[in-house]
Design a protein around this ligand. Structure first.
Ligand SMILES: Cc1cc2nc3c(=O)[nH]c(=O)nc-3n(C[C@H](O)[C@H](O)[C@H](O)COP(=O)(O)O)c2cc1C
Length: 214
């Protein structure tokens, strides 16, 4: 393995002060997200989702953020997947965005609930036709499959059943999860590992804001 011990960069792009932060963390997230979009980052809406099962075993994967509202942060997946089983046993999660080019990281922790059926139906049908087929084909997500051919045969059989232009029903096993955020953290890299970190925690109807040691 390559010697990694001297590979590092110094973070010099920006700083983060309390007075820069919005009192509402969702508004703060929107500001940083807009900056990530404006910077043309590849898929700034891709995030890591950490879950844990009942025994405390952690697991992590990347998904696409599909909405951020006062109700929470939403992504879509298969309810029978590894993450789906974790969330059935332990409905809390942490989301992480790392925007390397901006030297920024955002973390959100909270409890998870499924999005209402009508909303999931709507999102399912605005996805490309092939993605709708793939949602059906890829079940149970995270289970072993013999080979690529078996997966493609499943996709082809579904395509025959649902020709282009027909309405594909949303599978019962596929839908959205929404994180009701109880804690946010905004991290800005600084030189010499003296980074800026601020954490929002729920405080009655508002939020408490603390600077954290880097
Ligand atoms: C950039 C990117 C975006 C992804 N978006 C999703 C997504 O929105 N939903 C999803 O179920 N899987 C998505 N995946 C695949 C997941 O990372 C993961 O492999 C899959 O959901 C199974 O995870 P699990 O076995 O932990 O449940 C994405 C992967 C990448 C790299």
């Amino acid at each position: 393995m390559t010697d990694l011990t001297s590979m590092r960069i110094s973070y010099t792009r920006a700083e983060l002060r309390r007075r820069d932060l919005n009192a509402d963390p969702l508004a703060q997230f929107q500001t940083w997200f807009d900056e990530a979009l404006a910077a043309d980052l590849p898929e700034p809406y891709a995030m890591q989702v950490a879950t844990a099962n009942a025994a405390g075993r952690p697991s992590l994967r990347t998904v696409l953020l599909r909405g951020a509202t006062p109700e929470g942060l939403t992504f879509y997946t298969n309810f029978e997947s590894h993450k789906g089983l974790d969330l059935a046993a332990n409905p809390q999660a942490e989301f992480l965005f790392y925007w390397a080019e901006l030297e920024r990281q955002v973390r959100a922790f909270g409890s998870i609930a499924r999005v209402p059926d009508a909303e999931a139906d709507h999102y399912f049908h605005v996805r490309p036709f092939e993605s709708q087929l793939a949602a059906h084909a890829s079940d149970p997500q995270s289970a072993p499959i013999q080979n690529r051919e078996a997966l493609e045969a499943k996709f082809a059989a579904l395509h025959e059943r649902f020709p282009e232009g027909t309405t594909i029903p949303r599978p019962q096993f596929w839908g959205g999860y929404r994180l009701s955020v109880q804690e946010w953290e905004f991290w800005q890299g600084r030189p010499n590992r003296m980074h800026d970190r601020f954490r929002y925690t729920r405080d009655g109807a508002g939020w408490r804001l603390d600077r954290l040691m880097p």
